[in-house]
Structures are given as C-alpha cells and as structure tokens.
Design a binder for this molecule. Structure first.
Ligand code: IPD
Ligand code: CA
Length: 257
C-alpha cells in the first residue's frame, strides 16, 4: 500500500475544510446533529481518489448511504470528526481514515488541519505524529487527564455519563471534553491526555485512532473489555494501562448501580 500517497490525499482536504463558503452550508441530520457541505466534499474527494488508487477496496463512511461495512478490505472514513466544532469555528476537528482487512485495522490516519498534525499508525509498526514516533505517557491516576464524549443529541444518557465523569474527576487530575472522539483517542496516544470513554461511537469515529492508540502502547476496548469491532457502533474506553483499568472498573460499577 502506498502510504505516503494516502497521507498526502488526506492533507489535501485542508483546502476544503478551510473554505469559508462551504462552512456556511449547514444542515441538521437530526436533533443537534449537524452536517456541512465540507463533510460531503471531503468524503467525495477521498472516496474518488482512493477508488482511483484501489478500485477493489470497499468504503464505509459517516456521510455515505451505501456503506460496505462487511467488505473484507475497506476504508473507514469520518470526513469531519467534530462537525459541531466546525460549525461553531471551535478549531478542533479532524479527518479520520482507516484501512481495514478482515476486521483488523492495518493503517490509520487522523489529521488535524488546524495544527497541521497528522497522526499515523501501521499495524505492528508503531504510531507517529508528523513522522515522529509517539508513546502513551503512564501517569498515576491522580495526575492523569481524562476526556469523555457524549453526542450532543444524547440527552437521555447525560445522567450516566456526567455521574461517571464526576466520580472520575474526583480521582484524577482533571476532565476534558473537546468534541472530536478521534482526536481525543490520539491525544491519549501521545500523552496529552491519559484516558477516554464514550458510550456510543461509530467505527469511523474510532477505527483509525484505535490503531494509533494500541501502536503507541495504550489499550482500547469496549466497556466490557472486549476487543473493538468495526462493523457497528460500540461503547469505547481507552487509556494507559492504569487509567484503562480504572475506567473499566468505574464504568462497570456505575452500570450495576
Ligand atoms: C462526534 C464527535 C464527538 C463525539 C460524538 C461523535 P461528529 O462526531 O466525535 O466528540 O462525542 O459521539 O458523534 O458528529 O462530529 O463526526
Ligand atoms: Ca464522527
């Protein structure tokens, strides 16, 4: 696989993402769930270019209606992770692209155009920011930063998520909540935060970032501790060894309450 060509294609999305006119074209997909013309343009651009390079590889994407999530070889794309941030010009949004074979992620890219940072990971060959290898940073729980996510339209799950977050906050250094799950998981991979959890994420939110995290020495699983799958949505929890153990435990205790 021509990794550098694919990385280059993902970087080219920056011009689309920074196009002020496209950003104004916003629709509501559902309650508090935005999609912009930028999401569609990034998706179409990458779909067409990747097809030219690899015509037999399937395509699974947040804004795609004909998803081929059961293809053995497929791309898993979130054209914009952090769409609400994009609409509000919060400057924290990413492009997330993974290549999967038989439900194993072989290659993952998460691109943050605002900082020009590109996270990459290659199965069994490490994780990198702009080509420089990264590793998780093991910290005691009391000095760990932990991020969590909850979709803006999931008000019915707010009590559980914020109750767990409150308990975590009392045990760790602090909580973060920035609005791009893909970036949050990458931030665990490079030690900027030390753990992340969210009740419902789609494969395009976590596919690329999950490889970036495991290749940097971190752990990631569903809330029962099982390996992640990439065909359907899932609960997700990831972190350093210490934080992952703590998060799995605290989530389980709160489910049983
Ligand atoms: C969302 C972001 C957010 C997470 C939501 C996702 P989107 O993706 O990753 O951080 O909490 O669950 O849906 O809609 O911005 O692509
Ligand atoms: Ca997303």
């Amino acid at each position: 696989m021509e990794y550098s060509k694919i990385i280059d294609l993902v970087k080219q999305t920056k011009t689309i993402i920074f196009d002020e006119n496209l950003r104004k074209e916003v629709e509501l997909k559902g309650e508090a769930d935005f999609v912009t013309e930028i999401d569609f343009r990034v998706s179409n651009f990458l779909k067409n270019e990747l097809y030219k390079l690899y015509p037999t590889v399937g395509f699974m994407c947040e804004e795609e209606t004909n998803n081929t999530q059961f293809d053995k070889k497929r791309w898993i794309l979130d054209p914009i992770d952090g769409t609400t941030n994009l609409v509000y010009d919060f400057k924290i949004s990413t492009v997330s692209l993974a290549y999967a074979e038989n439900d194993k992620i072989i290659f993952g890219i998460v691109y943050n155009p605002y900082l020009d940072e590109i996270f990459t990971a290659y199965y069994k060959k490490g994780a990198y920011i702009n080509g420089k290898q990264i590793k998780v940073v093991e910290r005691e729980l009391a000095y760990s930063l932990i991020e969590f996510g909850i979709g803006s339209n999931r008000k019915d799950e707010a009590d559980f998520a914020f109750d767990v977050a409150k308990e975590i906050f009392k045990n760790c250094l602090d909580i973060r909540r920035l609005g791009s799950a893909a970036l949050a998981i990458c931030n665990v991979a490079c030690g900027r935060v030390n753990g992340y959890f969210e009740k419902k994420l789609n494969p395009w939110d976590y596919a690329a970032a999950s490889l970036i995290l495991t290749e940097s020495g971190g752990e990631i699983s569903d809330w029962k501790g099982n390996s992640l799958q990439f065909e359907n949505y899932s609960t997700v929890v990831g972190g350093t060894e210490t934080v992952q153990e703590f998060l799995l435990d605290i989530i389980q205790k709160n489910i049983e309450k």
